[in-house]
Write a protein that binds this ligand. Structure first.
Ligand SMILES: Cc1ncc(COP(=O)(O)O)c(C=O)c1O
Length: 448
């Protein structure tokens, strides 16, 4: 019998039913929606998605790193059904919804740091970041924020002002939120200072102090530094070991809050509950979303108790922490814990990374493979010495993977990301590498 956990294509892509849906979508929907390839999903189970024509895909994109427990995990679905039959909505901001409180307690216990923490629940990653920016300003009484080139923090006005990954996110939307400065991330493959780790001694952190804080922004007017512990949309960039601790120390010297944006990297994805745990750093604020609800829209801002000081009414959300979403998040955390999915992400991710590293040695286009757990980036270059970005080739590779039944997603200008469900098996990881190798071979031969 065929293995239903692996891809299987029965029509050319997109199939006839898919084409009908796509034609309608172009007439009905906002043209701002990016559309990466013509996938028209029907249903999913685990790491497999089936489209409306019966084609089966291995999902290494997980709806942008969201389907953490896999598609439609029975325990998550049962929790959603049970809660939906009892109470759909009550507004956890105005009343004392037990599921809101329970989720807050669970997240406070999981987030880094031994001290007490407080939690605000929202609906999206951007909403958690927006809340963090407001809280950082409110608590500190300082106006400025620092973020990184390549960062993606969301698309609402505050979050998009912190974002600096592609000009399209800013074009036409200015003036943005003022008092936000960007500095280079620890992107060692393309060091902004043309240095090499570890001999650089993490000069990129020193530069924040010696350049930005010394010449333009008074450090005592900086509320917060916003950082992704692994840069997501910017290219799945993993900083070197000492970088986050050094950034934490810089913040401490000036009383600046460290905001850890774990919207993409959190809830087990990197083989730790939160990516910042790999670096032994405790942030003041932490933003979580994507993987938290296995697909239901729920996000969280977790802050050290002493920081979450805003008064009643200062911030809230009608739908944030909706009971059905909280039920999904609580079931997600249960499944992650009981099925040991953090450990699985570390184990299967490690194997995936090693096998992709091998592929890189024989590939003309792969310049860099990097990642933690099941958050893996593959950067394509036209020349391994000049590192000229191979953007068209990265897009072609994503499409070639799709045509072979593997869902991936591009990131950064010229990288591909793998962010599958944390349930991915070794067999599925090996299948993903085989498909990727075949797709790469075709792109390297100039076909797609
Ligand atoms: C690190 C990070 N922060 C924030 C966001 C925004 O999340 P959302 O799209 O749920 O608003 C994203 C989305 O990709 C992200 O990767």
């Amino acid at each position: 019998m065929a293995d239903t956990t692996l891809p299987h294509l029965v029509t050319p892509l997109p199939g006839p039913r898919a084409q009908q849906v796509i034609a309608r979508s172009d007439r009905a929907l906002s043209p701002s929606l990016p559309r990466v390839y013509p996938l028209v999903p029907s249903h999913g189970q685990g790491a497999v998605v089936e489209d409306v024509d019966g084609n089966r895909f291995l999902d290494c994109a997980a709806g942008i790193a969201v389907a953490s427990t896999g598609h439609c995990h029975p325990r998550v679905v049962a929790a959603i059904r049970e809660q939906a039959g009892r109470l759909l909505h009550i507004c956890g901001a105005d009343h004392y919804d037990p599921s809101y409180i329970h989720l807050a307690e669970r997240l406070a216990a999981l987030a880094p740091g031994d001290g007490p923490k407080k939690v605000f629940l929202g609906n999206s990653g951007a909403e958690a970041v927006e809340a963090a920016l407001k809280l950082a300003r409110h608590h500190s009484g300082r106006p400025y924020a620092i973020a990184f080139y390549g960062a993606f923090h969301g698309r609402t006005m505050g979050a998009v002002s912190l974002t600096a990954s592609k000009p399209v996110y800013h074009r036409g939307f200015g003036p943005l939120v003022p008092a936000i400065a960007h500095v280079p991330y620890a992107y060692c493959y393309r060091c902004a200072y043309h240095l090499a780790y570890p001999t650089c001694e993490l000069a990129c952190v020193d530069a924040i102090e010696d350049q930005l804080l010394a010449h333009t922004i008074p450090p005592d007017e900086v509320a917060a530094v916003f950082v992704e512990p692994v840069q997501g949309e910017g290219g799945y960039v993993v900083p070197p070991a000492g970088w986050l601790p050094k950034l934490r120390a810089l913040c401490d010297r000036y009383g600046i809050l460290l905001v850890d944006d774990e919207v993409q990297s959190g809830i087990g994805r990197t083989g730790a509950m939160f990516a910042i745990d790999h670096f032994g750093v405790v942030p003041d604020l932490l933003c979580s979303a994507k993987a938290l609800g296995s697909g239901m829209p729920v996000s969280a801002l977790v802050a050290q108790d002493a920081v979450m000081t805003w008064p009643p009414g200062a911030h809230g959300s009608t739908f944030g922490g909706n009971p059905v979403c909280c039920a999904a998040a609580l079931a997600t955390l249960d499944v992650i814990e009981q099925e040991r999915l953090v450990e699985n992400a570390a184990h299967v991710g490690g194997r995936l990374l090693a096998r992709l590293g091998q592929l890189a040695t024989t590939s003309r286009l792969i310049g860099d493979v990097r990642g933690l757990g099941l958050m893996i980036g593959i950067e394509l270059v036209r020349d391994k010495v000049t590192k000229e970005r191979a953007k068209e080739e990265a897009d072609a590779l994503m499409l070639a993977c799709f045509r072979r039944g593997l869902l991936t997603l591009s990131c950064g200008p010229n990288s591909l990301r793998l962010a599958p469900p944390l349930t991915l098996t070794v067999e599925q990881a090996d299948a993903a590498v085989s498909i990727l190798a075949d797709a790469l071979d075709h792109v390297e031969r100039g076909r797609s």
